[in-house]
Design a protein around this ligand. Sequence first.
Ligand code: SF4
Length: 63
Amino acid sequence: MRKYKVTIDKEACIGCAACTALCDNFIMDGDKAKAKKMIISEKELAKNKAAENSCPVNAIKVE
Ligand code: SF4
């Protein structure tokens, strides 16, 4: 099964928490978002992609 990598640009993150509302892989760490798992499976892709697309500053990359 394919694996995908999740990265968050902490410099870019403005702490809006939109990603945490859409996908449980994202949690707030102080005023920045953090990914619980940086390597995700295909099964988790849709939710993580939704979070990526929700980020107003494009800080999340799922590839
Ligand atoms: S949606 Fe983007 S800016 Fe908002 S908390 Fe998540 S990573 Fe940060």
